[in-house]
Design a binder for this molecule. Sequence first.
Ligand code: ATP
Ligand code: MG
Length: 420
Amino acid sequence: MSTFQAPKGTYDLIPPDSARYLAVREAIAAPLKNSGYGYIETPGFENVELFARGVGESTDIVTKEMYAFETKGGDKLALRPEGTASVLRAALEANLHKAGNLPVKLWYSGSYYRYERPQKGRYRHFSQVGAEAIGSEDPALDAELIILADQAYRALGLRNFRILLNSLGDKECRPVYRAALQDFLRGLDLDEETLRRADINPLRVLDDKRADVQKQLVGAPVLRDYLCDACKTYHEEVRALITAAGVAFEDDEKLVRGLDYYTRTTFEFVHDGLGSQSAVGGGGRYDGLSEMIGGPSLPSVGWALGVDRTVLALEAEGVELELPPATSVFAVPLGEEARRVLFGVVTELRKAGVAADFSYGGKGLKGAMKNANRSGARYAIVAGERDLAEGVVQLKDMESGEQEAVASDAIVEVLKAKLG
Ligand code: ATP
Ligand code: MG
């Protein structure tokens, strides 16, 4: 193993590509910030118990993918595999739900950790931007979140994604369906592990990717036929609101989240250019989660979008983001005195909000101009002893190659005007 190798399943974000990740995070956050969601940041690790309860003991995340460890002090912690449980924990701890302003709307952005088999689009360290609306049962809230995610993807320029939508029912109707599904599954020719899953988490079996399992699932009871009237009405309202907003979606009866505290609305964003790691984001309602982690009843809904896969989706569609230039002006001083003068000019430009950089290390003209070129700057400013004696600097347009002398004390204003 080389010393300079990131751990398996991880990768570094480095310039210039890292700029795209920042832009994706910002683009996903923008509609949330504009819709009453406040920023929340929680620790990168929590008590392992929170995830065991809050993600679910029977999920792959908890049984196989979690980085759990014991500290020197004996605390049992885990690196966070997802955001919802932590955000809800933090909201409860700070009593945000008691401030009398429900729903509590929060957004977050950060690193998540899962011990998975690394492949394209599936990493052990990845990044998500997420949103949670806590403490309110209102179909408009479910619709809002779906619409905002759609808006974020579209703002980035993504087109080839689809929104899959389903309802999981609630604590009235789902148990009836669950029992019917279990009856059906027990009659099939399934391996032991799948039969065990049918016992603990039968809805998950519907999700099985294997063809021989899928073949047997034809004719399985469908949740839609079991939804109670309240759930049907709720789901119809979510569908109507999204439709009215002009957001296209597909009804997908097979879209499930197996745990009991996931209720009603569930959705996934898939991109068709990503092969088997096609989910770029997902979410839904989790009316029972708060009680599951020891809190009061707080019906809530949220989503998490994967930043890594969103970047891959942009690549798959060939979308070039319009990124602001890293450097607009590059200063090339020739000699000691020019170094002081141009360093001052660069500082002034930066204060004025112009992205400016400087040739460090006392390079000669040729080397420094190479740096100016590489920086992508629109303009270079060059000054030597003779320029300084005349009170000017040379302003070079890096696109046309044209050069003109500009008075040193006017250069900041001239550049500000040129760069608009
Ligand atoms: P998958 O079925 O692909 O494993 P998931 O259901 O585990 O996805 P969620 O827990 O819903 O994913 O997480 C939301 C989003 O986070 C996913 O849609 C995906 O974009 C991203 N994501 C999840 N796990 C990973 C990972 N290991 N590497 C990169 N991105 C991930
Ligand atoms: Mg997963």
